[in-house]
Write a new protein. Structure first.
Length: 428
C-alpha cells in the first residue's frame, strides 16, 4: 500500500511521545514493504528533519499563527511564507512555547477543525492538492483528532479511506476557556463523521474519547503503541548505578517538579547517599522559569552535584540514558493516554514507577514491568522509590518482566500488522 501519515511536529526541542509514535510506525510499516510518506505540519518532527526532507512543512507554525491573529498576513506573497517556513525560523519556533501551549490558541484550534470553512482553507487546499499530485495514496492516517478538519477535503479530493489516531487531545483542550472547550468537543464529534475509523492508543483513552466526543463503540478501535525491542539495549538493573530517571518534557504538566521534590525527600533518608537524579526530555522556552525553580530547590538542598541532565534523547543517547538509571518515573499530573517512555524504559530493562492515573495502570498490568502509587505526591513517590531501591530482587523481577512484557504485548511489529489489517479492511 501507499500510506500517508499526516503528523504535527514538535521540532525536536522536547520529548514528543506522539512524534515518536508516528516515527516508529513509519519505520515499521516500511519494514513490512509498504510505501509510507510523512506529511509534517507546523514544525519538523525532529530537529534535523527539515534539513533532509523534500516534503514541505504544511501549516508552518509561525505563518499559521500570524494569519489567524492578523488577517493582513493572509494576503502575504509566497516568498514571505517561504521565509517563515525556513530552517532558521522553524528552529526558533521549536524553541518557543507558542506551538506547544494551547492557551491563547483557541480560535486557531476551532478554525483548524472547521477545515474548508476555517481561516486556513487555502493552506488546506495547498496540502490536499500537493498530496494528490505527488503521492497517490491508498490510505491516509491523521495523527490526532485536533486535525479532523482535514478529513473531509482529503476524502473529496483524493477519494481514499481516512483514519485518525486518538491520543491526549484532552490535554490540549482542557486548559482552554470553557466556552471554547464545548465548541471544540462538539466540532470534533461532528468531524469524526468524516473519517472511516478512529484508533485509540489504549482502552482507557478509548473510553475517555467515546465520552468526550460522543462516539459509538463501532467508531473506535484500540491498537496499543509499540517499540522494536531491538532498538534498545537491555541491561540488568544489578549492573546499573542506583539512580532514578525522568524522560519527558521537563515541565509542570508532566510532573518534573514532583520528581525533583521526591528526590529531595529521598536524599534526606539514610542509605541513599549514592543515588542521583538523571533527567532527559528537553523543554520549550515556556518552561525556563519553571526549570530554574527546580534547580534552585536542588541547590538549596546541596544536591546539584547529584543531578544530571542528558541533553539529547534520541537514538544512541536514549540508550545511554537508560544505562544510567534503575528506575524511571514521569508523574504526569492527570495521567496520559499511553506514555511511550514507559515501553521505551521497559524495553531497556528499566522498571517504571507511575501514578495510578490515565492509562498507566493498564500498561503496567499488561507488561508487568513496574508499579503504581497514589496519591501522586512527592512523598509517596519518594517512599515507593526507596522501597524498590532497597529490594534488588524485586527490581530484577520487574526488569525482566517489563522487558518480556514489552516484547510480547507492546511489540511494534505485532501492532503494525494490526494496523495493516485495519487499512486493508477499509479498502475493501
Amino acid at each position: 500500500m501507499n500510506i500517508i501519515q499526516i503528523i504535527p511536529g514538535s521540532g525536536g526541542s522536547f520529548y514528543c511521545g506522539n512524534c515518536l509514535r508516528d516515527s516508529k510506525y513509519f519505520n515499521a510499516l516500511r519494514a513490512e514493504g509498504h510505501q509510507v510518506t510523512k506529511i509534517p505540519m507546523y514544525l519538523p518532527l525532529f530537529a534535523d528533519e527539515h534539513d533532509i526532507s523534500e516534503i514541505p512543512i504544511f501549516y508552518g507554525a509561525i505563518s499559521t499563527y500570524l494569519k489567524q491573529l492578523y488577517p493582513v498576513f493572509r494576503k502575504a506573497p509566497a516568498w514571505f511564507d517561504r521565509l517563515l517556513n525556513s530552517k532558521p525560523m522553524m528552529k526558533m519556533a521549536a524553541s518557543m512555547a507558542g506551538s506547544t501551549n494551547a492557551k491563547g490558541l483557541e480560535d486557531m484550534t476551532v478554525s483548524m477543525l472547521l477545515g474548508e470553512e476555517g481561516e486556513q482553507k487555502d493552506e488546506l487546499d495547498h496540502m490536499v492538492n500537493w498530496i494528490a499530485d505527488h503521492c497517490k495514496p491508498d490510505i491516509i492516517h491523521i495523527s490526532n483528532a485536533l486535525l479532523l478538519g482535514l478529513a473531509r477535503r482529503l476524502k473529496e479530493k483524493i477519494g481514499v479511506p481516512v483514519l485518525c489516531t486518538l491520543q491526549d487531545e484532552d490535554v490540549w483542550i482542557d486548559p482552554m476557556k470553557p466556552q471554547f472547550q464545548k465548541r471544540i468537543w462538539d466540532l470534533m464529534h461532528e468531524r469524526s463523521k468524516d473519517v472511516d475509523v478512529l484508533v485509540a492508543v489504549s482502552d482507557f483513552f478509548a473510553g475517555v474519547m467515546k465520552d468526550r466526543m460522543k462516539l459509538s463503540d463501532e467508531q473506535v478501535k484500540t491498537i496499543h503503541l509499540g517499540v522494536n525491542v531491538e532498538d534498545y539495549q537491555f541491561m540488568s538493573v544489578k549492573e546499573k548505578p542506583r539512580n532514578v530517571g525522568y524522560i519527558s518534557r521537563m515541565c509542570h504538566k508532566d510532573g518534573f517538579d514532583i520528581v525533583v521534590d521526591a528526590f529531595i525527600e529521598l536524599k534526606k533518608k539514610s542509605g541513599f547517599e549514592d543515588v542521583k537524579l538523571i533527567a532527559t526530555g528537553g523543554s520549550t522556552g515556556d518552561d525556563n522559569k519553571f526549570n530554574k525553580e527546580q534547580k534552585r530547590k536542588l541547590k538549596e538542598n546541596n544536591l546539584l552535584d547529584d543531578f544530571d541532565i542528558v541533553p539529547d534523547f534520541e537514538g544512541k543517547e536514549v540508550n545511554d540514558f537508560f544505562r544510567k538509571v534503575r528506575l524511571v518515573s514521569v508523574p504526569v499530573r492527570i495521567g496520559e493516554a499511553f506514555g511511550m517512555y514507559m515501553i521505551e524504559s521497559m524495553a531497556s530493562g528499566v522498571p517504571v514507577v507511575q501514578p495510578a492515573l490515565g492509562a498507566f495502570p493498564e500498561i503496567i498490568e499488561l507488561s508487568g514491568g513496574g508499579v503504581t502509587y497514589m496519591p501522586n505526591s512527592p512523598k509517596k513517590l519518594s517512599e515507593t522509590w526507596a522501597e524498590l531501591l532497597n529490594d534488588q530482587d524485586k527490581l530484577e523481577k520487574l526488569s525482566l518482566a517489563g522487558y518480556e512484557g514489552t516484547r510480547q504485548k507492546f511489540n511494534i511489529h505485532n501492532h503494525t500488522k494490526e494496523i495493516i489489517t485495519l487499512y486493508e479492511s477499509l479498502r475493501q
